[in-house]
Design a protein around this ligand. Structure first.
Ligand code: ATP
Ligand code: PRP
Length: 302
């Protein structure tokens, strides 16, 4: 591909591998951003919009976007802070996936029980900026100075092995299910940060004319995220129970109420959060709802 092919296109950075990659591809598909990625090529043109996708390591995306080389990107909130790019990028949307926590972990069987116990010792991490800031504050509070301050050491991966290998007294690493931590015989003693995937744009965009396209893409992605978060809930309810039903399924703005041929009953339709659906159905049945139906949303705009 020659560089002129990128002229005037919005550059959109996507994690090229790792935890966020697959989910980003399904968001692009849901937002109808069509592309064909040639083998191993990290830049590809979108066929139905003036956009080029740039596949980059998640950790590099904040600085590419923050410096304005790329207009838009998806990455983790954690790496935005680790790259110290929070003033250079705007997090336009939280995406609800890639949820994890950056935690301080120590051997389960050891003598270190708190971050104060760990302060002044050796901490290994891939997040040296965030871990450094975190332990700086603790060292200062405990009045540790010079050689007595916590030593933060960077490793690029397999952080969880550092304690067993004798390289560290504790680590700072991401935790989702906790499986990796437990398998390494570690447990968490503090949380530095909660994170999830975010859509980011440059705070000082180089190409002001791209603002409407960024707005369009943001709105489409917000629709895809909402569609995975909500379901449509429909049911019949005695008219006398309508106000109780509206409290259980208030919808995003208000529930849709439709009359039935039987005037003692009405049909209700409402968007509800997927994760609450079982409890909501229990409550509806309790107040006399019948014929409850739940529909997944393919896509939506909210
Ligand atoms: N276990 C996890 N659960 C959920 N999200 C995670 C998890 N691990 C990482 N993430 C998120 O995904 C981002 C990318 O992490 P990931 O480990 O996939 O990186 P990577 O680009 O493959 O780099 P690496 O070379 O370190 O594997 C992290 O910054 C974080 O926001
Ligand atoms: O709590 P869990 O669900 O076990 O997830 C946590 C693990 O996930 C991440 O690594 P990943 O598996 O992405 O590989 P990496 O070590 O190569 O970054 C992270 O660095 C942890 O090791």
């Amino acid at each position: 591909m020659n560089l002129e092919a990128l002229d005037g296109r919005l550059l959109f950075a996507i994690p090229k591998k790792g935890r966020l990659h697959e989910k980003c591809l399904s968001i692009l598909a849901g937002a109808d951003i069509q592309f064909r990625r040639h083998n191993r090529l990290d830049v590809c043109l979108v066929v139905n919009h003036p956009i080029a996708l740039v596949f980059l390591p998640a950790a590099d995306i904040p600085s590419f976007v923050g410096k304005g080389n790329v207009d838009l990107g998806i990455t983790g909130h954690d790496v935005v802070l680790e790259a110290k790019m929070q003033d250079n990028v705007t997090e336009i949307l939280r995406l609800g996936f890639g949820k994890c926590a950056l935690q301080v972990q120590v051997p389960e069987s050891g003598s270190i029980k708190s971050v104060d116990d760990l302060a002044g010792k050796r901490v290994v991490t891939s997040f040296e900026v965030l871990a450094g800031e975190y332990f700086d504050a603790i060292d200062t509070r405990l009045e540790l100075s010079g050689d007595r301050r916590t030593r933060i050491e960077y490793v690029g991966g397999s952080v969880e092995a550092a304690c067993a290998l004798g390289l560290a007294d504790g680590i700072v690493d991401l935790v989702e299910s906790g499986d990796t931590m437990r398998a390494a015989g570690l447990h968490a003693i503090a949380t530095v940060l909660d994170s999830e995937a975010v859509l980011i744009r440059s705070s000082v965009p180089k190409h002001a004319n791209l603002a409407p396209l960024i707005q369009l893409i943001t709105s489409r992605i917000a629709g895809v995220i909402a569609a995975s978060k909500y379901v449509s809930c429909q049911y019949n309810i005695p008219r006398s129970q309508l106000s109780a039903a509206a409290l259980i399924t208030p919808g995003r703005r208000a529930p849709t109420i439709s009359p039935l041929e039987d005037e003692k009953w009405v049909a209700v339709s409402s968007m509800v959060e997927k994760k609450c659906i079982a409890t909501i159905m229990d409550k509806l049945v309790e107040i006399g709802a019948e014929d409850l139906m739940i529909f997944n949303l393919d896509n939506c705009r909210v």
